[in-house]
Write a protein that binds this ligand. Structure first.
Ligand SMILES: [Zn+2]
Length: 367
């Protein structure tokens, strides 16, 4: 079956006199998926679909049990719903767009599906609809395929994600409880919070779907951009502004004290008799990067309490030192810090960075 979305007109398999409303005058047969030799009629919103039970029962979906009842049931007890336009099976909680997306995935030709994986012609909205409905009706492999295609699409070089798609992607990620998609959308929100812009939809989405980390990123980004940025968003009411101010107060204190609390780690065995020297040099390195007027302030134009940025600079600097020992050598002597211990320091710093991200929101709640 060809792809309905790619047809210039709603070419139907039905003869013209069969297109239109049903006997009640309330419903309309779908232009594409009211298939003459189908054997079940389904009503979604105001649209009738006539499809094949065996197709819907694919992929171990919940339709398998619905359409293939146990052998013990008497055929005479079979419900008559779904056999006529006047008595369709009703799916009141679905949308026509979602149900069409499901049927597209079940009836599409390989070439149509392949086209969906092409970055330039990926039908984003259809895949979002498909993810929701396949999750709901437990088309497990189709759901996974759909989410994989979406992620790959947005990872394709030169494909730019429209920030206005992020709320829908976030909704799908949460609805499907897809860890890869949740990680992916959170990464995009984080990037956006640093670039700036769209803070209103970021906060609205984070609140709606309980994305605590994303809400923390949004407040942190807004805080650093300053009041001129806040004023661009009329929806940012007093409550949000107070939270941003609370974050500014709390994180100013945290940034000022950060140099005094380097992450601890158990030194590598090769450290041996130099352990105390190694420890002192690691503490000096941490302090140099995070202290006021230290490395962070010399390389960053940021004037606000950029708590995330300071942690990011620590891990980035240790990585750079591991690749090139001369980095930072003019500022801090690391002669007694072996690569093994620097890797352990890096792991401890990354954990501190993750913990900071996970708990960022707390700084914007209490004053
Ligand atoms: Zn050591």
């Amino acid at each position: 079956m060809s792809d309905p979305e790619n047809e210039s007109t709603a070419t139907s398999l039905l003869a013209p006199d069969e297109i239109g409303t049903t006997g009640t005058g309330l419903w309309r047969r779908d232009d594409h998926y009211y298939i003459p030799d189908g054997n079940v009629i389904i009503l979604v919103e105001n649209t009738l679909f006539k499809v094949h039970r065996s197709i819907l029962a694919n992929d171990t979906s919940i339709f398998e049990e619905m359409f293939n009842p146990s052998e013990h049931r008497d055929a005479s007890e079979e419900p008559e719903d779904g056999l006529s336009d006047e008595l369709p099976i009703r799916f009141p909680e679905d949308t026509v767009s979602q149900f069409r997306a499901l049927l597209w995935s079940l009836y599409a030709l390989p070439a149509d599906l392949l086209q969906a994986t092409n970055g330039d012609s990926c039908p984003e909205q259809r895949l979002l609809d498909l993810a929701i409905i396949t999750n709901k009706y437990q088309f497990r492999t189709t759901e996974k395929w759909c989410i994989d295609v979406l992620i790959q699409h947005y990872k394709t070089p030169n494909v730019q994600i429209d920030p206005h798609m992020l709320p829908s992607l976030s909704q799908v990620a949460k609805f499907c409880q897809s860890k890869p998609l949740l990680t992916f959308v959170e990464g995009w929100w984080k990037r956006l919070s640093i670039q700036g812009g769209f803070y209103d939809i970021m906060i609205e989405t984070a609140v709606r779907h309980d994305f605590k980390r994303v809400l923390g990123y949004a407040y942190h980004g807004l805080m650093l951009k300053g009041r001129t940025e806040w004023d661009k968003y009329p929806s940012l009411d007093r409550e949000h502004r107070i939270r941003v101010l609370a974050g500014f107060y709390n994180l100013t204190k945290e940034c000022a004290n950060l140099h005094a609390s380097p992450p601890t780690f158990v030194h590598h065995t090769t450290c041996g008799p130099f352990r105390l020297l190694c420890e002192a040099q690691w503490i000096a390195l941490w302090k140099e990067i995070t202290r006021s007027n230290g490395l962070y302030d010399s390389v960053s134009g940021e004037k606000g309490p950029d708590y995330l940025g300071r942690h990011l600079l620590v891990t980035g600097t240790i990585n750079a030192i591991l690749e090139n020992r001369s980095v930072m050598s003019s500022m801090v002597n690391l002669d007694n810090c072996s690569d093994e211990c620097l890797k352990l320091a890096l792991a401890a710093s990354r954990k501190r960075q993750r913990d900071t991200q996970n708990n960022l929101l707390q700084y914007f709640l209490d004053i």
